[in-house]
Each structure stands twice: as structure tokens, then as C-alpha cells.
Design a protein around this ligand. Structure first.
Ligand SMILES: [Zn+2]
Length: 257
């Protein structure tokens, strides 16, 4: 089974130190990492990998996001030819705020996450990056399905449990007409993280084991937050009816500090 991929940009996290991702970067270097949602369709099923942040919900927890996130996600899906009710499934790499806050936009979607991730994300020590998880999980009710390890969800689309970034992080392996693609999630935030483990992956052993596995498998590695994806194939461009400035254009207009 072969899947077609799309990448929708829904917001930007402003001004993070680049050395979070690349330890050798200058301490003064900053990056505005985009937040992406990945679309996959086999002609019958429409899957989203990660639903992105919600600006208001993240902002209330002190986590700044730029961009009209839910409008951009809706517009990206529309450009792809899909409405919210047409989304059959959401797969979460993990449950940090910038990857999961728009699940409730999709009334028919079954949501898959690793049990270890959900347990951590709803536990007492998870921290503010998991803002909103318990509420959203309650809203999903029996549409929320947990996994325990690697799983084939559909022909040609499966997940590998890898930890590394969070206790139950998983990456998604998708067969396309060209090759097998790994939607890495935050195991590989920037393309460079295929070679370099950043401090965003505190479990180094799990991260290195995953990168070795990926190399052996020959997967094409697609990162989670690399601005370079804007110039790559699969990036979904919005038409003139886009609901908001694409994050990043604000900067060219000089509105950012
Ligand atoms: Zn992230």
C-alpha cells in the first residue's frame, strides 16, 4: 500500500536557543522552529500525524506560539482536499503541547498514542509542556486508543516506539510510492539531528538506538521542526484565501522584536 504525504505548517515557536537542538551552536543563535502537521492518505483513509499546538491554550501556559494555528490547520487540510470530518485517524508522536492540541477539531478521528506517553502526560510530574492533555483525552473519550510498542496501524503505515525525547515517544513509518519515510517527531527536530543528538532528547541511549535502527532500515528521515521543510516536497502551500499570515512572514514585515 502506498501513501501520499503532505506537510502543513500551523505555527512557529519564537526564538528558541539553537543549541537546544545543536549543542555546538553559538549560545546567541536563535531559531523560530515551525510546528508541522503531517497528512497521509492512501486514497481511502486520511491520517494526521500530530495535530499541532493551539495558540491560546499554549499561551495560557506561558508557551508562546505565533500563527493562527487552528485556522492554518483547517486551511492546509482544505488545500489538500480534506475537511475535518474526513480525518479518520490521528497518530501522535508524543503529547507535548505543540503536537496535540487540535485533536478535538476532528469529530470522527480515532487517536493513537503510546500508553507510556499517555501515562506520563497525565501523571503528576509531566510539567507544563503537556498542558491540556487530560482535558483533551477526556474529550476524545473512547476515540483515544493506546499502543504498547511497535504497531502496524494500516497496510504501509506503522509506528515504532523509541522514547528518547519523551517516555513514550514514537515515530511513524509510511510507505510512499518512492520509499519508506519516517516522520520522526521530536527524535529528529532538525535535519542535522539525524547525526547530532540535542538536549531535547534527554535519553541519549534510546535516541542513538533509534538513529541506528533508522540508518539500517534506510528510512527517509523527515524532521519535526526544521524550517527547511518549507522548501521541500510535500509542503502544502496555502492559496490567497489563507486565513492568516504564514508564520515567518510576520518577521519580514518587521513586526517581531
Ligand atoms: Zn515539538
Amino acid at each position: 500500500m502506498s501513501w501520499r504525504l503532505g506537510i502543513v505548517e500551523v505555527g512557529v515557536i519564537p526564538r528558541l536557543p539553537l543549541n537546544l537542538y545543536l549543542p555546538d551552536a553559538s549560545p546567541n543563535a536563535l531559531i523560530d522552529p515551525p510546528c508541522y502537521c503531517y497528512l497521509a492518505t492512501d486514497g481511502e483513509r486520511n491520517i494526521i500525524v500530530d495535530s499541532g499546538p493551539d495558540r491560546a491554550r499554549s499561551g495560557a501556559a506561558g508557551l508562546e506560539i505565533r500563527g493562527d494555528t487552528s485556522d492554518l490547520l483547517t486551511a492546509g487540510l482544505k488545500a489538500w482536499g480534506v475537511g475535518p470530518a474526513d480525518v479518520d485517524c490521528i497518530v501522535h508522536t508524543h503529547l507535548h503541547h505543540d503536537h496535540m492540541q487540535n485533536d478535538l477539531m476532528f469529530p470522527n478521528a480515532v487517536v493513537h498514542v503510546q500508553q507510556a506517553e499517555l501515562a506520563w502526560a497525565t501523571g503528576p510530574d509531566c510539567g507544563r509542556f503537556y498542558v491540556g492533555v487530560s482535558e483533551i483525552a477526556a474529550g476524545l473519550a473512547d476515540r483515544l486508543h493506546t499502543l504498547a510498542g511497535d504497531a502496524q496501524l494500516f497496510p504501509g503505515l506503522g509506528v515504532v516506539l523509541n522514547g528518547g525525547h519523551t517516555p513514550g515517544h514514537q515515530s511513524v513509518i509510511v510507505d510512499t510510492s518512492e520509499n519508506a519515510v519516517c516522520l520522526c517527531g521530536d527524535m529528529v527536530s532538525l535535519f542535522s539531528n539525524v547525526e547530532v543528538v540535542g538536549s531535547t532528547c534527554p535519553n541519549v541511549d534510546e535516541t542513538v538506538a533509534f538513529l541506528d535502527r533508522a540508518r539500517a532500515a534506510g528510512w527517509e528521515m523527515v524532521p519535526s521542526h526544521d524550517p527547511e521543510l518549507r522548501g521541500r516536497r510535500w509542503y502544502v502551500r496555502l492559496g490567497d484565501d489563507k486565513p492568516a499570515a504564514i508564520p515567518g512572514e510576520e518577521r519580514e514585515g518587521g513586526h517581531l522584536p
